[in-house]
Design a binder for this molecule. Structure first.
Ligand SMILES: [Zn+2]
Length: 347
């Protein structure tokens, strides 16, 4: 009896030891890998960088820095060693912004002030400096203006809209859509949502609109689509009519030229409410509800009352743009024009 018990215990003991050894093996492999990774961080530089950097003698510092580019190595080195008291990280950052060219005597106060703006974008530094008078009260206005391309000439300094941005696409007086561009996800709005016989929107914008209209209804308000997607030729017809009636300069303040309209993306809506005039929507009860809540559904009021110099359009209390809930909430809470957001976070 005693012997039998001992034999059983020994068998259990063997399994327990085997299990313990197995756990030890797994643990050592895991810890070994963690240790190895910690000792050998993945290099962030591109392949061409290593020989040149080793030659320059500062590879070890550079490999840990983001955004190091091989063709600026000599400039990093020169700025770092110029005696301005910069860390290697700062030297890399400043050279990437061309501060060494713009401020050859070292980074000055203006650079530091501008770079503290929440929407500062390094590659725009030379354009900020061209407008900045050194009065730090004006930093926000300078950054905002450049981010919106308002230091350029509308309808002349233009580039094609980057369609790869999807619902975040930017269309304004500096970014245009091809005349043949038609969104591939247009849907017909249900007739109950249309102020006129029909309207089309890009699918995500339409689905968000339906949610918003449903909640508005529950809160006691009816909102409808006055105008959604507009084709290039439709926009051309509208714009030409406005020019005929108001002259080109005035028409440009409230109507986009063909190819430069957000309505061609299918992501913009002019909203209306029964019995409310087109330009009075913002002052109506339904409009006030939408102004307070649109961001929760992913819409922003695109042409703000206090940003007419930035957007290039007069205040449009009825024109909303779908950008998704996260971006819309951020933009709403920060009270910025879409251009600022796009330049900083999307481009
Ligand atoms: Zn509109």
């Amino acid at each position: 009896m005693k012997k039998k018990k001992k034999k059983r215990l020994t068998k259990f003991d063997t399994y327990a030891r085997l299990f313990f050894i197995l756990v030890l093996c797994v643990l050592s492999v895991f810890l070994g890998k963690v240790f190895w990774n910690a000792m050998n961080p993945a290099p962030t530089e591109d392949a061409d960088l290593r020989p040149a950097a080793v030659k320059a003698g500062y590879f070890h510092s550079l490999v840990k820095i983001k955004d190091v580019s091989a063709d600026r190595l000599e400039r990093y080195n020169a700025y770092y060693r110029a005696g301005y008291g910069l860390s290697m990280e700062e030297a890399v950052e400043f050279v990437n912004w061309d501060v060494d060219i713009l401020c050859p005597k070292g980074p000055d106060e203006r650079v530091l002030e501008l770079s503290q703006d929440k929407f500062f974008v390094g590659k725009n530094l030379s354009r900020y400096l061209a407008l900045y008078d050194g009065n730090s009260q004006n930093v926000r206005a300078v950054v905002e203006k450049v981010n919106a391309c308002r230091d350029k000439t509308a309808y002349e300094d233009i580039e094609p809209t980057d369609l790869s941005k999807g619902i975040m696409v930017l269309v304004n007086k500096y970014h245009y859509l091809d005349s043949s561009y038609i969104p591939d996800d247009l849907v017909n709005a249900a007739s109950q949502y249309c102020q006129y016989s029909s309207a089309k929107l890009s699918r995500p914008a339409y689905e968000a609109f339906v949610k918003m209209a449903t909640d508005a209804k529950a809160a006691g308000y009816t909102i409808k689509i006055n105008s959604g997607y507009r084709s290039y030729s439709k926009q051309r017809g509208m714009y030409n009519n406005y020019v005929a009636g108001h002259g080109k300069a005035e028409a440009d303040t409230f109507s986009a030229r063909p190819g430069f309209s957000e309505h061609q993306t299918g992501l913009a809506i002019d909203l209306s409410s029964p019995g409310v005039g087109y330009w009075s929507f913002g002052d109506s009860a339904a409009g006030r509800w939408v102004h307070a809540n649109a961001h929760k559904y992913g819409f922003i009021l695109r042409y703000l009352e206090d940003k007419t110099d930035i957007t290039g359009y007069i205040y449009e209390c009825m024109h909303f743009r779908y950008v998704g809930v996260d971006a819309a909430t951020f933009i709403h809470e920060n009270g910025i024009a879409y251009e600022d957001y796009y330049e900083k976070y999307v481009k």
